[in-house]
Design a protein around this ligand. Structure first.
Ligand code: CA2
Length: 154
């Protein structure tokens, strides 16, 4: 199963600015470092991964729609859209692909407006505050679930 697993990693607005500003919140590493970190890990694990980023809500929705029939799992950091985009929630619900929401920072320890996620009810769960590692943990979860589903079917 591991060889065939296809995962889309989706990053929302401002994540392209990682490492450039606010190192105290998001660390020193850049968005390119994040891409390399995820791609390097997936290569080792034999997972096919596509890492995407957009600052536009509609484009993120198009990416989610494109995942239908093309990907087995989604890892999504919707950025600030987490807190108010019902459209991204609905897009995730519409494709019915297991999705894990990831946040680099612990949104629950930050400003009140970041405590609420309107997108996580359309996901399997959420990982927050574990930095870049959260993406790999989400990928591991999707891989383990897919492997156990495949074993149960055999
Ligand atoms: O902690 C996370 O991963 C967030 O999804 C990051 C979003 C934020 O709006 C969410 O509440 C939590 C922000 C993306 C990065 O924004 C930057 C802003 C300035 C400098 C660098 C990155």
């Amino acid at each position: 199963m591991a060889e065939n697993l296809k995962i889309m990693v989706l990053n929302g607005p401002n994540l392209n600015m990682l490492g450039i500003r606010e190192p105290g919140v998001y660390g020193n590493r850049t968005y390119t470092d994040l891409e390399n970190y995820i791609e390097g890990y997936c290569k080792k694990k034999g997972i096919e991964v596509t890492v995407l980023q957009s600052n536009c809500e509609g484009e993120l929705i198009d990416f989610i729609h494109h995942a239908l029939g093309n990907y087995d799992g989604i890892v999504i950091n919707p950025g600030a859209y987490t807190h108010y985009s019902y459209a991204i929630h609905d897009a995730l619900s519409s494709v019915n692909i297991p999705a894990i929401e990831v946040h680099i920072s612990n949104i629950h320890k930050r400003e009140e407006f970041r405590h609420k996620s309107v997108t996580v009810p359309a996901c399997v769960g959420q990982i927050a505050g574990l930095g870049f590692r959260g993406y790999l943990l989400a990928i591991d979860y999707l891989l383990e679930e897919a492997t156990s589903r495949a074993e149960n079917q055999a």
